[in-house]
Every structure is written in structure tokens, then in C-alpha cells.
Design a protein around this ligand. Sequence first.
Ligand SMILES: Nc1nc2c(ncn2[C@@H]2O[C@H](COP(=O)(O)OP(=O)(O)OP(=O)(O)O)[C@@H](O)[C@H]2O)c(=O)[nH]1
Ligand SMILES: [Mg+2]
Length: 380
Amino acid sequence: MSPLVAITGTLLAVTAVPYLAFLGLYAWVGPSGSPAEKSEAKPTVSVVLPTYNESQIVETKLEDLLALDYPMEKVELIVVDSSTDDTREIIREYFADLEAPDLTLIEEDERRGLAPALNEAYEAAEREMVVKTDCDSKLPQNVLREAAANLSDPKVDAVTGRNVEVLGGSGVESGYRGVQSHIQQLESHLDSTLIFHGPFSAFENDALLPIDPNSLADDTELALKIRRQGGRVIFDPAVQYKEASHSAFVKRRKQKDRRAMGLIRLLVQHRDALGEYGKYGKLVLPFNWWFMIVSPWLLTLTLVVGTVAAIASLGTAGAALPVAVGLFTFLGQRDALGPAQALYSLFDTQVSLLRASVELLRGKGDGTWEVDTELREAFE
Ligand SMILES: Nc1nc2c(ncn2[C@@H]2O[C@H](COP(=O)(O)OP(=O)(O)OP(=O)(O)O)[C@@H](O)[C@H]2O)c(=O)[nH]1
Ligand SMILES: [Mg+2]
């Protein structure tokens, strides 16, 4: 065997080992559902809704919130709006004749970014359970009850949920979410999960703390900090939401690369948590470091060395490897890979993580971005 082929095989094996170990752990723990002792509870609720130029969909979002199966007199809605369009006028008009829920509308004169806006909203939130939800998400009627049932466990300080339907029908995104849901269940049963999702996350008000104004991973940062102060932060697949996504390779990059940047930066900022905080620092964080920071580079290296090895030993026929990767991408973004679609979803995520690392190394990644108006069409 040529040394290049041996190196390729070794690289691939090294990349795979932590994943295989995690799979083994999954089989051993057999996680299912929420790890919390859930019981029915009806705390008072502050729903935090950040908005930036959402006039296209904000009314639908308000209708969705009012349709939740929860006593609305226990709910306050805190909107923090940084729009230049008429989002806030639409909200004010919508609430003009409503008795409940109470509305607090924080009007920013200029856009400073999502994280500072959220810090302000969390500061204003006075109720027991604080829910953060993005404007571009749909919530099932039972979502507040399910979240409250998790938080009724005294050990649990925060809960996030599962994207049950990808609006717009992106197979790439739903493939990824399926895998992610299993990972997050295992993490939650071991200790706590890392990623918190913008469309729906709920926190004990007492546990809230400020986030970095430049954060691009605000929900996850809040959860991580809550775990660091001793709370448990979990994922429950019964807490559900719907969000829209693209499948097309280029369109996906905008949202996915930015989210990846936020997560990588957060992990690096909190590198001192590795090895600390029980299984969270000993298993959950190292696994996420591997998936988000190490393996995208290892996979790239494997592909490059593998291509050189193939061309060196097979001549032009060795170019079949990069051609196969190209074909895999071409079919994957068209949701046309059948049973291999979930594998493509992971590949797509690794692409974003690699691009995000490069952008971060180049000093990119400020806290504002253009909202994706095409994705919002799924909510109209
Ligand atoms: N107040 C405030 N809200 C913001 C700001 N930027 C985004 N938002 C809101 O934060 C939520 C999440 O923003 P999104 O643009 O949906 O972020 P995303 O889901 O990662 O990306 P896309 O859906 O692809 O645009 C939405 O409700 C936005 O309206 C901001 O600077 N200030
Ligand atoms: Mg969004």
C-alpha cells in the first residue's frame, strides 16, 4: 500500500473514532424523551420576541402566540424591535383592543444587533418562565405547557425543543435535525445539551444572565452560561417548533455559516469549561469540539490527501474521488440521495463549520445580518 493511501485511511479512522465512541454511548444509554421529572405546571410566562424588519410575517406570529393553549392572563409579551419598517406599528395596532397578554414594546432607535436587544428584553422580563422565540417560527399549541412541565423539575433551569417540520420542505435540513435530535437527547440524559434553538427555548427567570453583545449564538450562550452556574439545560423532543430552511447549497451557506461561526466562537470563548462541570465538560463539550472544530479540518485533509493518493496510484481515474464528492453534493442539495440524505446533511454542516472557522480566523463575524426574506415566504 502506498504511504499516501495509508495516511488517508489513518486520517479517516482518527476522524471517525469519537463518532463511533459516541454511537456506542448512545446504544448503552438508550436515551429517549426528556430526562426531566416532568409534571404539570402553569407558571407565569414572559415571551420574548426580537424583531428586525418582520412586517411580512409578524402578524402571523402574533396570531400563533395568541392561539397557544395557556391562560393568557399569565403571559406577558416582550417585543424588542429594531426595525426600520412598520413592524412596531403592526404590533401596536394588533394589541390595541387586546386585554391579554400584556405587551411591553421596547423600541430601539437603531439596530445594535440581536444580542444587545435580547439582553434588554431579558432584563425587562418579570415572569417566572422566560420563553425566547424567533419571529420566523411556528409553535404548536401545547408548547408552553411542555416547556413548563420540564422546568417544574427543580434541577432543570432551561429547555429547548425540536424542529419537527422544516417549512419549505428542505430534506437537507430535516436530515440534519433528525441526527441532531438524537445527539441532543443523549447529551441531555448524560447531563446537559449544548445547542439551544432560537425558534423556541425556555428559561427559569432566576437563572438568566447577560450574554456577550457580539454573540452570534445567543440562545446557546445563555444555556451554556446557565450550565456553568450550576443549572441543568436540556433538550426535550416533545417541545416542538417549525422553522424554514433551504436545501440549495449556496442559499444554505448564509444562515448555516453564520450560525456555525457563532457556535465555534462560543466554544472557543468557553474553552476553560472543557473537563469541568461533570459529564457536560467531560463528554458533551469535547464531542461538540470534535464535531464543530476538529473534524471539519480533518475531513478536508482526508479529502485532499485521498485525492492525491488516488491520482498517484490510479492516474486520471483517481479524479473519480473529487467527482464523486461533487456528484454527492449536486444530488444532496436536490434532496435526491434517498437513504444517504442524512449523511449529506452532516457533510453540508461540516462545510459550514469549515467555512465558519476560516471566516473567524480572518476576523469576520459581527452581530448583525440581513434577514432572509425568501425563507419568510413560508410563513405568510
Ligand atoms: N431586535 C432585534 N431583533 C433582531 C435583530 N436581528 C435579528 N432579529 C430577530 O431575531 C430573530 C432571529 O433572526 P433571524 O434572521 O431569523 O436569524 P436566523 O434564524 O439565524 O437566520 P434567518 O432565518 O436565515 O434570517 C428574528 O425574529 C429577527 O427578526 C436585531 O438586530 N435586533
Ligand atoms: Mg430565522
